[in-house]
Design a binder for this molecule. Structure first.
Ligand code: GLU
Length: 449
């Protein structure tokens, strides 16, 4: 048998041949497999059962045409995807992303990451992801509705509450989940509440689902800071993005006495030295669907930047909550030079491969997305539990369960970091190893599938 490192190398070579040009997917797989040599050394049975070869191959991929008609009567065609990556721990679970950058490579990287993230939640959910290369920006409600209906017409036969449970991601929020659910209900001829999560509160949604990723991110980062005897009180924090992950991270940060000072979107990034005005941000983004430039118009002391990097602002903690590859090696070096203590990823793969290396070589507490942003999907799983029991839990109940899950994920990372990296603060190795071992053991138990 080859050594663990040789085995990993040969799987990565095969991956590149079988998935040519899919750079994001390749990067995500390298990011996980690079952590696994010590795990495979302790578990030769994984290599014997070809767990790596199997885990990098989606169990099923659906790729479908999404035709729709705009308000002027013009027909458009988008491409819809659902990658059902791994069902060893439960039904496929993961969001849908509607964004012009969506491609097979992007959905596969997200689906692959989702396997390990979902494993860390301990909620018995497998990994999947989907989306479309549709740009919702500037589209009317009617256009969004027609797009969602067409998307669900292509997807509905492949999902179900025991099979695959989609949810939101970038470009898919409460409005889109409503239209998607309505079309599913019509096509399936049944009110199958547990088939989608992120639903409205009166028709099967869970309290705290909207806030969950942001609240969970702050809880995970709080746990990292605690290992160094610190907390959020009085800390200055940069947050990127201005969607629900950023908004509810900012809300929780303010509750804990921290001062978030930045936000961003594709129109630029904002520095508000007085601290972000949360009510104003919510009004612009959640009510008016506006841009961060509108924030600056209403807050004369805030600065709008259309060049330079949001990560050049000196802060104690940085929370990238926008999208993949928004923080590169140079940004990581700048943050470290300016004294950052912790980085928690609210987005999926926001730090590029060089940035991760820079953080790993430093003593910054670096919490990768698959652990730090797992609160969203964790509360999705709590929504599924409430749907199965036909119950609606209280806000306090869901918030407490979410916090417990994030504390537990942090503890699993520390434990696996000690076991496989020989120190307690390698959250990259910790999150990859802890998630992988659960999935690999379930795959072994269930046979060659
Ligand atoms: N899209 C979110 C994520 O990246 C949430 C998925 C879900 O709730 O299923 O984990």
């Amino acid at each position: 048998m080859s050594t663990a490192s040789e085995y990993i190398e040969s799987v990565l070579e095969g991956l590149k041949v079988r998935n040519p040009g899919e750079l994001e997917f390749q990067e995500a797989v390298v990011g996980v497999l690079d952590s696994l040599a010590p795990v495979l050394e302790q578990h030769p049975e994984y290599q014997e059962a070809a767990i790596l070869e199997r885990i990098v191959e989606p169990e099923r991929a659906v790729h479908f045409r999404v035709p729709w008609v705009d308000d002027e009567g013009k027909t458009h065609v988008n491409r819809g995807y659902r990658f059902q990556f791994n069902s060893a721990l439960g039904p496929y679970k993961g969001g849908l992303r509607f964004h012009p950058t969506v491609s097979a490579s992007i959905v596969k990287f997200l689906g692959f990451e989702q396997i390990f993230k979902n494993a860390l939640t301990g909620q018995q959910i497998g990994g999947g992801k989907g989306g479309a290369d549709f740009d919702p920006h500037g589209r009317s409600d009617q256009e969004i509705m027609r797009f969602c209906q067409s998307f669900m017409t292509g997807l509905f036969r492949h999902i179900g509450h025991f099979t695959d449970i989609p949810a939101g991601d970038i470009g898919v929020g409460g409005r889109e989940i409503g239209y998607l659910f309505g079309q599913y209900k019509k096509l399936a001829n049944g009110f199958e509440a547990g088939v989608l999560t992120g639903k409205g509160l009166d028709w099967g949604g869970s309290l705290i689902r909207t806030e969950a990723t942001g609240y969970g991110l702050v809880a995970f980062t709080r746990e990292m800071l605690k290992t160094r005897g610190e907390d959020f009180e009085g800390q200055t924090v940069s947050v990127s993005g201005s969607g629900n992950v950023a908004i509810y991270s900012i809300e929780k940060l303010q509750q804990l006495g921290a001062k978030p000072v930045t936000i961003s979107d594709s129109s630029g990034w904002v520095y508000d030295a007085d601290g972000i005005d949360l009510e104003l941000l919510k009004d612009i983004k959640e009510v008016k669907r506006g841009r961060v430039a509108d924030y600056v118009a209403a807050r004369p002391n805030a600065e709008l930047h259309t060049d330079g990097s949001i990560w050049s602002v000196p802060v104690d903690v940085a929370l990238p909550c926008a999208t993949q590859h928004e923080l590169n090696g140079e940004d990581a070096r700048t943050l470290i030079k300016n004294g950052v203590k912790a980085v928690g990823e609210g987005a999926n793969m926001p730090t590029d491969a060089e940035g991760v290396e820079v953080f790993e070589a430093s003593d910054v507490l670096y919490g990768p997305g698959k652990a730090a942003n797992a609160g969203g999907v964790a509360v999705s799983a709590l929504e599924m539990q409430q749907n199965s029991a036909r119950q609606s839990w209280t806000r306090e109940d869901v918030a407490q369960r979410l916090d417990d899950i994030m504390v537990n994920i942090h503890a699993q990372c520390v434990d696996a970091s000690e076991r496989y990296a020989g120190n307690s603060s390698d959250y990259v190795t910790g999150s990859n190893a802890a998630g992988f071992v659960k999935v690999a053991d379930a795959m072994l138990a269930q046979g060659v599938l």
